[in-house]
Design a binder for this molecule. Structure first.
Ligand SMILES: NC(=O)c1ccc[n+]([C@@H]2O[C@H](COP(=O)([O-])OP(=O)(O)OC[C@H]3O[C@@H](n4cnc5c(N)ncnc54)[C@H](O)[C@@H]3O)[C@@H](O)[C@H]2O)c1
Length: 334
């Protein structure tokens, strides 16, 4: 039994709930905060009745939420965030991601504990030179009039804020730049990224909507690999003070992802897809990232883990989960 308690914000979300289950399995105690704005109670099924887990339904934007935590906490992992401005407004993305991060950092400072914070591959922005290295690649952020960049900017600000807290107050922080994680407990909407949306379309014989010309590339990471990286970041002192890419370095185009989902699903027939112009879902100029691939040299060296679950295997697991989950639970807009 590991005698350590981890506080997770965003515990009912995709990554938070997968981390929760893994940590409980390994013997940790977990205190989880979520306001259920985007997360789902059923993601915590099997954990809610575990005596080593305490769920706090509360808003990470309120400092009192953290003031109400009386448990001894060894590490906090900050995942609560608002990801895609398209789902609300850029104001939500900027305010939630700034305010909640400041509150988490104040909590870690008061307790003098390590803080692991979720960042994103979107921080590399339009930098055309892949693979992206934490040490050598710059953030190339687009025009401020395109609200899609508010997410990358909010996370870039969070990274600076965390490192400034570390410098000023002496407690360690670790920043994890996640690359497209997918798998069980993901939302089925675009909030969960292309894999669940494409799987849903293929399973229901619907047309897959592909943004732009489908030639933009991504590196999709099966969630078990993402969680391996997070656990290593929690446990290893060598990760303190570091910014680390967490992702699979297999690069695929979005069109190829659709083809792979279709092939793995064994649904027969031809792939049905349509190209959707960016202008159709954003009145403001939408700028996509054309290539996104992590350099994982540093994270492998420091964390001792490498994403090893291939795209097809990850899709197979995700499809099996999605078939079962849509049969047994209601997703609504999730
Ligand atoms: N999933 C990925 O591939 C990916 C990629 C890059 C970065 N990230 C980052 O990782 C983190 C987790 O991502 P995810 O995919 O699990 O997202 P998610 O939306 O599934 O989970 C976030 C959770 O935070 C909760 N939340 C939001 N605002 C809150 C608030 N004010 N107070 C309390 N809870 C709040 C939501 O209800 C949700 O359960 C986020 O910070 C995200 O930006 C994820």
């Amino acid at each position: 039994m590991i005698d350590k308690t981890v506080l997770i914000t965003g515990v009912a979300g995709f990554l938070g709930s997968n981390l929760l289950h893994r940590l409980l399995q390994s013997g940790y105690k977990v205190v989880g905060i979520d306001n259920l704005s985007m997360g789902h109670m059923s993601n915590m099924d099997g954990a809610l009745d575990n005596e080593r887990f305490k769920f706090v339904e509360a808003d990470a934007m309120h400092a009192e939420t953290f003031g109400s935590i009386t448990d001894d906490v060894d590490v906090c992992v900050h995942l609560a965030a608002f990801k895609i401005p398209r789902y609300g407004n850029a104001i939500d993305t900027l305010k939630i991601n700034y305010t909640s991060t400041e509150n988490v950092l104040d909590f870690a400072k008061a307790r003098d504990i390590k803080c692991v914070l979720a960042s994103t591959s979107d921080i590399y922005g339009k930098n055309p030179a892949v693979p992206f290295s934490e040490q050598h690649s710059d953030s190339v952020i687009g025009n401020s009039k395109s609200p899609r960049w508010s997410y990358a900017v909010s996370k870039l600000f969070d990274e600076h804020l965390a490192l400034a807290y570390q410098d000023a107050y002496g407690f360690p922080v670790t920043l994890l730049r996640f690359f497209g994680s997918f798998g069980p407990r993901q939302p089925l909407s675009w909030w969960g990224g292309p894999p669940p949306v494409f799987i849903n379309a293929v399973l229901n014989d619907l047309v897959i909507p592909i943004h732009g010309d489908g030639q933009q590339t991504r590196s999709f990471t099966y969630v078990e690999d993402t969680i391996d990286g997070m656990v290593a970041a929690i446990e290893k002192d060598d990760a303190n003070g570091e910014i680390l890419n967490i992702g699979n370095d297999e690069e695929v185009t979005i069109l190829e992802l659709a083809q792979r989902v279709k092939a793995v699903s064994n649904t027969g027939g031809d792939l049905k897809y349509e190209l959707v112009p960016y202008e159709s879902f954003s009145s403001k100029k939408y700028e996509d990232v054309m290539r996104r691939v992590p350099d994982t040299t540093l994270s492998q060296k420091i964390l001792g883990v490498k994403a090893s679950i291939g795209l097809d295997e990850g899709l197979k697991q995700s499809i099996e989960w999605q078939i079962e989950a849509t049969r047994t639970r209601s997703f609504g807009d999730y």
